[in-house]
Design a protein around this ligand. Structure first.
Ligand SMILES: C[S@@+](CC[C@H](N)C(=O)[O-])C[C@H]1O[C@@H](n2cnc3c(N)ncnc32)[C@H](O)[C@@H]1O
Length: 346
């Protein structure tokens, strides 16, 4: 399958794995981008996500996201621990270790794939954009002895992240605050590594999101985005199919997501923002055991009790898990990794 996306179809760092599906289809040009979660036209070049109810009011969306994570994070932590992202699994092989180990492996695989150095060139300042309760941030700080700043929309998460970090003795190096990824409280050119693990799907304006990631990256610094995308569109298509859009709509309502974009769209944005060494890959094959495992874990008595206690938003999120499985199985949902480097001289 030929890639229409120069720079995207580079080999995975581990050649013994099955070749991942490479981005071979295009999505729409951004100038005529229709956001597919609801099939409505977007505002074109701004690439602002639109839902079936019209463009989301960012403040409302952000309040919903904050409420969702405020109420669900402790249930998740009780059952799954400090990482709120997919695990990385060997396709077709039995699970090595536990699911938490698979989540840590996801971080390590992403770092290796993006070529983040572990020697003197290692990142010294890192930002974790959409940090959850700080699992990635602490891992990255320990691995690289780095200073890490994390931002989340959820006050409960920021507080919990700071508490765990202090208990772990990392309080001098790692800290968290409530802030919007689209308006980050950091100066320009600050971070050697800009890390976003499964937060991009929440961003209502992907261009602004990418612009902010690039702005805070130091010259020569690397962006690493791991995110949910919809499939790329074929050359004949101008939007997703109706039933695909309906499925994404249900997921959007449950998880406070605006409309989705494809990995190809991210690559186009990265190139538009003049990033170098831009690459993207589909890792859906490596995450397929994740959602069935989350469903199984939700059925234990402790988790069920936690779900009931935490309220409707969390319960609705639990019901939507089967939609994720359906989306992956049909090829509609893609688990994407995207990276690029900010040029040294801009
Ligand atoms: C699925 S969790 C991932 C958490 C973490 N990266 C991890 O892997 O454990 C999504 C995170 O994105 C954050 N988020 C969503 N939209 C955001 C925004 N506009 N600004 C900052 N954080 C945001 C949420 O608050 C939440 O912490």
């Amino acid at each position: 399958m030929a890639s229409s996306c120069p720079g995207a179809a580079t080999a995975h760092s581990c050649s013994s794995r099955p070749t991942p599906w490479l981005w071979g289809f295009r999505s729409m040009p951004l100038s005529q981008h229709k956001i597919s979660a609801a099939g409505s036209d977007s505002t074109g070049a701004a690439m602002t996500a639109v839902t079936s109810k019209g463009p989301p009011v960012p403040e409302e969306l952000n309040r919903g996201i904050a409420r969702f994570y405020d109420s669900s994070s402790s249930v998740w932590e009780d059952v799954w621990g400090e990482h709120m992202h997919h695990g990385f699994y060997d396709p077709g092989k039995p699970l090595k270790g536990d699911h938490r180990a698979a989540q840590v492996r996801m971080i390590e695989e992403a770092l290796a794939w993006a070529g983040i150095p572990a020697d003197e060139e290692k990142p010294k300042k890192i930002v974790d954009v959409g940090c959850g309760i700080g699992g990635s941030a602490r891992h990255l700080s320990r691995k690289y002895s780095a200073m890490v700043r994390g931002i989340t929309l959820s006050p409960v998460q920021a507080q919990r992240a700071n508490n765990i970090t202090a208990e772990a003795g990392l309080g001098e190096k790692v800290s968290f605050q409530v802030a919007d990824a689209l308006n980050q409280p950091f100066p320009d050119n600050e971070f050697d590594l800009v890390w976003s693990m499964e937060s991009g799907e929440h961003m209502p304006d992907k261009r602004k999101f990418m612009q902010e990631l690039v702005r805070v990256a130091a010259p020569g610094g690397r962006l690493l985005i791991v995110t949910w995308c919809h499939r790329d569109l074929s050359p004949e298509e101008s939007s997703l199919r109706k039933e695909e859009q309906e499925l994404l709509d249900k997921i959007c309502s449950a998880y406070y997501l605006p409309a989705w974009c494809s990995a190809f769209d991210y690559v186009e944005l990265a190139k538009e923002l003049q990033l170098e060494d831009v690459r993207a890959e589909d890792w859906s094959v490596y995450v397929s055991p994740f959602w069935p495992a989350v469903i199984a874990s939700a059925l234990n008595p402790k988790a069920l009790f936690g779900l009931l206690r935490s309220g409707w938003t969390t319960i609705r999120g639990a019901f939507a898990m089967t939609y994720m499985i359906q989306g992956y199985k049909s090829g509609l949902i893609k688990f994407a990794v995207i990276t690029g480097r900010k040029p040294v001289a801009r």
